[in-house]
Design a binder for this molecule. Sequence first.
Ligand SMILES: *Cc1c(COP(=O)(O)O)cnc(C)c1O
Length: 372
Amino acid sequence: MNQIPLVDLKAAHREVADEVRAGFDRVLADTAFVGGEEVRRFEREYADFGRIEHCVGVANGTDALELALRASGVGPGDEVVIPANTFIATAGAVARTGARPVLADCLPDSYLLDPQAALDAVGPATRAVVPVHLYGQMADTAALAGQLPDRVRIVEDAAQCQGASRDGRTPGSGGIAATSFYPGKNLGAYGDAGAVLTDDEDAAGLIRAIANHGGVAKYRHDVPGFNSRLDGLQAVVLRAKLARLADGNAARRAAATRYDTLLADLAATGRIALPTTDAGNVHVWHLYVVRIADADRDDLVGKLNAEGIGAGVHYPAPVHLTPAYGHLGHTRGDFPHAEQTADRILSLPLYPQITPEQQQRVVDTLTHALRG
Ligand SMILES: *Cc1c(COP(=O)(O)O)cnc(C)c1O
């Protein structure tokens, strides 16, 4: 049976294979394995692409978020507000700074952080709020910006939105954002990688130091640090893929529109709800997420997978209902939108190379599975 994966990394590799091999040869010739010319070039190219002053390449997205939080003054004893529905790494990065994650509910249709819920969660110990730009569109940071006390910083989790903007603003501009280049992200490396994005030169310098054993020069240690650096080989891959990212995002957008059309009849019956895009957002469709009204979602995923369709769930449990964050003391019912979302969402295969025929088969299989 022909498989339709959730993400087709093989198809993505075919497009850059020659360029990547030539780049690997350059790095091997220079033995520039950590940092080096390819990393510097990638950082400059990504900063230009993201319309931001500084891009600091690091080892992965979770480190990037931890470093962005630390550079924003977050540490032990502080609280950081995050959405209850996010990939668990958002909470993990907060916990690693020594701060306590404080959860806020999401909006029911876009699944983005509810700005009012986030503001309501701000208390005397709050040091930062982390809007997560989930599934490829940006959360409403403007609704938070003017309303937060001065000591509270906005630190964006931009792992899923490379190339997105909201009202013309890109992640990190005027503030700070973290992104991930995990292989399945819109811009994916061939291993782990991530970056911090900011217009703040001091924050960028501090992050470079912390992530390099506390100093930018060898054997100079200005602050206690650790090791989270971008590899030369990953920078080669990221440069080759970055050159194609705008086209890839446009292809994702076209595929999302095609799903909207193909699924319109099913949506009209009320059995599924299609994803929504907030006004002003340039969405880059990291994931195409539908909501199932009354069918058993897990049963549906099983049926699609059995037919060779790589449907997934992002994510099956909100943060407060995972064992890892049980100590936050919440129960089911505390964040109703995040909980309903986790129980009812379903991600359909989406990647730049997906064909109209593949999408038709996904929709036919989903329609059939909902009937039977
Ligand atoms: C992928 C992801 C991360 C973590 O990135 P890693 O590179 O896997 O550490 C953080 N937040 C969100 C929302 C993500 O999707």
